[in-house]
Structure formats: C-alpha cells, structure tokens
Design a binder for this molecule. Structure first.
Ligand SMILES: Cc1cc2nc3c(=O)[nH]c(=O)nc-3n(C[C@H](O)[C@H](O)[C@H](O)COP(=O)(O)OP(=O)(O)OC[C@H]3O[C@@H](n4cnc5c(N)ncnc54)[C@H](O)[C@@H]3O)c2cc1C
Length: 395
C-alpha cells in the first residue's frame, strides 16, 4: 500500500503537516511530499479537508502456484557451527516430504561452512544453497532478509521453514513482506493437507485457549517459523546424496543499520538451550523463594524455569515460563518443584529426557510424567539436595 497525493486538489493548507504524528509530511518545491518517516497510519487521509490524500492499493498479482516447488528450511549457525535447531528444522521438512514428495533444501549464510553443511546432506537434505560472505559474520536483519528473499525469488520454493528463535523471529517476517506472502509465526506443529497439497500451520491463539490451523492458499512460498524443541534433530541416513549450490550476493546491500558498539547482555534466559532446568511453581509460596531454585540451577549449571502460576503471580518474568503459552523445552534433566503438572505445563516439558518432580501431594499429575518422584515439602527436600551437591563438589 502507498499514499497518493492528488496535487490538483491540494491547496497547501498544511493541516496534514501539522497533525502528522511522525513528521512524515513536508513541503518541497511548493508541493506536499511524504518522507521516509511515514508509517501508513492513514491519519492524513482522514483529516485532509480537500480529500487530496488517498491510499493507493497495490494490485495483487495472481501467481502460478505450480511454479513453486521444494521444501526449504533456514540453516541457523552459532559461533561458526550449524545450530542444533537447524537439524530440528530438517526433521520438520522431512515430515512434509513424506506427503508432498518435493526436495528438501537448506539455506545457509556465513563463512567457511562448506564442510559443515555436508552434515545436513548426510541427514537427508537434497540441496544446500550456500552464500559465503564476510558480510554474514555479524547478524544484520536487513542483509539476511534481502539475501533470503533474493533466493526465494530466484528459485521459487513452495514452503519456507525457519526456527522461531531470536534470529528467526527477527528477520523472517521481513522476508515474508519482501516476497509478498503470509507467515505463521511460532508454530507448534506443521503438516500437509494431502488433498489440497497445502501446508497446515498449527499455533496457539487467544492466550493458548485455541489451537489455530492456518493455511496460505493464494500466495507462495508458504512460510512458517517453528518453536525449537518441537521436532527432534534429524539423524544421519545411509546412501544419501545431495549437492551444495554456491550462491553469491549480486545485489546492492543497502544496510540502514550502523552498529556503533556492542554490549554483552548478562543473564539472558536461554531455556531452550539448557541441558538442566530447575522450575518452580505456586508451591514456592512467594517470589523470593525462587532464590532456592536459582541456587540449585547454578549448582547444576542449569537454567531456571517456571509455571504460569508463578509468572502470573509476578514472582519471575515471562521468558522463564515453560508450557503451552511459554517455551517448549527438552533438557536432559527437568526438575519440577511445587508444580502440579497441569496439561498446559506438561505440553512444554514432557519430552524432557529425565523428569524429577518434588511435590507434597502424592496425587499431583506431574508424577505421571516423572521418572523420579519425591513426595515431600520442597522447603525440606531442596536444602538437603543442595547440601549433598555441594558436598560432592557442585559449582
Ligand atoms: C490457555 C491456558 C494456557 C496455559 N499455559 C500455561 C503454560 O504455558 N505454562 C504453565 O505452567 N501453565 C499454563 N497454564 C496454567 C495451568 O493450567 C496451571 O494453572 C498452572 O500450570 C499451575 O501452575 P502450578 O503447577 O505452579 O500451580 P498449582 O497448580 O497451584 O500447583 C502447585 C503445586 O505445588 C504443590 N505444593 C504446594 N506447596 C508445596 C511444598 N511446600 N512443597 C512441594 N510441593 C508443594 C501443590 O501440591 C501443587 O501440586 C495455562 C492455562 C490456560 C487456561
């Protein structure tokens, strides 16, 4: 959508200039001009006394859907290595391939990655489109978005998947805008409607009260970001062949972001990467009792999780919430302290490798998923556990 000015109607009354909240309208060479500050809020259209400003609707081009083929997934890297979440996206792509029978292609940007992307081919990717350039050594949204949009326009994939990580969440929406398609963010499942051949994208909505199934009928590619830890990482397969296609940036990089300095963010909550999570719930009674959860997590080199009841009580911030409306986690060890095990909490942690539950109610549902259950008061059990770990030389 664009803003169109009908100069023959405009009498330069300046009403729009005075009222625009973004300072996006100015006069140049005796004409009203909209500058880059415009957010398309439409206020100027409503208030112009001469009706000289209108929205110009862009024509939606009908596209030939049959031209779009292939299941793509974005390959994230971390410190120069393929991030584990990329293998999860490969598993998601393989699930779709079973019903769609289109080739799986990974898209990777970075430096010195040729050997490393081979691991994706061994696990079932048919092709990897690789752009190696110094420009990708630092994540810049605009550059990543432009590069992926360029490849999409060149090769026309049917489906593009990416992980709903900080990186995926930040640049994938811009890609969808650039290639003029829809995007379902933060999916908890994906599948193929075999009759229509469409991607079914499932995600919680209305605060997790409904699971919406979303399709993208008329635009391509069909794009979705998927929560980490929903799919297991893909395993190596036998007799697998694939190819790496090296691409180059042959378009102008017009980077509007200039990084002036960097500061390390301490205490970032990376629950989805943590191998051990110690979680607290309403059984903690009050916020300051999260200190004991934090102490145990520190001793084990793990992260702190929480139930929604604890988050809603204001005892701990939302990024720690595990469950249907929080994070999906799959650590090696999940220790639930004073958490009843409501279905919405289990939805985010029940695939953890080993679950330990501490709860004073022997009938608490958490014990149904726990590998080890301790029926007892957490304020008695945790100090003993902490003491024992310290005796054995915990951190
Ligand atoms: C749409 C929707 C989405 C939701 N999303 C989420 C979500 O993402 N994550 C989530 O966690 N919940 C979610 N919920 C809320 C969920 O239904 C539960 O209300 C919530 O998980 C309960 O948290 P809790 O287990 O900490 O509290 P409670 O259910 O109150 O359980 C507290 C437990 O602590 C035990 N306890 C008490 N004192 C002690 C003690 N001294 N020692 C040991 N044990 C003790 C009790 O026996 C009890 O089992 C959602 C609900 C809805 C409707």
């Amino acid at each position: 959508m664009k803003i169109k000015i009908y100069y023959e109607r405009c009498n330069l009354c300046k009403e729009c200039i005075n009222k625009c909240p973004f300072g996006a309208i100015e006069i140049k060479e005796n004409r009203i001009v909209i500058n880059d500050n415009c957010t398309l809020c439409g206020l100027c259209i409503k208030i112009c006394p001469q009706k000289a400003i209108e929205k110009e609707k862009e024509e939606i081009k009908e596209i030939d859907l049959s031209e779009y083929k292939g299941i793509w997934f974005f390959v994230e890297t971390k410190n120069g290595e393929i991030a584990s979440v990329s293998y999860e996206m490969l598993t998601a792509s393989k699930k779709l391939k079973k019903k769609l029978n289109e080739e799986i292609c990974g898209i990777c940007f970075g430096k010195n990655l040729k050997d490393k992307v081979n691991g994706l081919i061994k696990r079932g990717a048919n092709k990897i489109y690789l752009i190696e350039d110094d420009i990708f050594c630092e994540f810049k949204e605009e550059i990543y978005a432009k590069s992926l949009a360029y490849l999409i326009e060149k090769y026309k994939p049917n489906i593009v998947l990416a992980a709903a990580t900080m990186l995926g969440r930040s640049f994938i929406p811009s890609v969808a805008v650039k290639v003029k398609t829809g995007l379902t963010a933060d999916c908890t499942d994906i599948d193929i409607d075999e009759k229509a051949g469409l991607l079914i994208q499932t995600r919680p909505t209305f605060g997790g009260n409904l699971m919406a199934k979303i399709i993208c009928e008329r635009h391509r590619p069909q794009m979705a970001t998927i929560r980490p830890k929903i799919f297991d990482p893909a395993n190596e397969e036998e007799n697998i062949n694939g190819e790496i296609i090296e691409e180059k940036i042959n378009f102008k990089i017009d980077d509007k972001i200039n990084i002036c300095g960097k500061e390390k963010i301490e205490n970032i909550v990376d629950l989805q990467e943590a191998e051990i999570i110690v979680s607290g719930g309403r059984g903690l009674k009050e916020g300051k009792n999260f200190e004991i959860i934090q102490e145990l997590a520190n001793l084990l080199g793990g992260a702190v999780g929480a139930s929604r009841a604890a988050v809603d009580s204001g005892w701990i911030e939302y990024p720690h919430q595990v469950g249907q409306t929080g994070k999906t986690v799959k650590p090696k060890i999940y220790i639930a302290c004073g958490i009843s095990g409501a279905i919405q909490h289990l939805a985010g942690m029940q695939t953890s490798d080993y679950i330990i539950a501490i709860n004073k109610d022997p009938d608490a549902p958490i014990f149904k998923v726990a590998n080890l259950g301790v029926v007892g008061d957490l304020f008695e059990v945790l100090p003993i556990l902490i003491k024992k770990i310290k005796e054995q030389g915990g951190k």
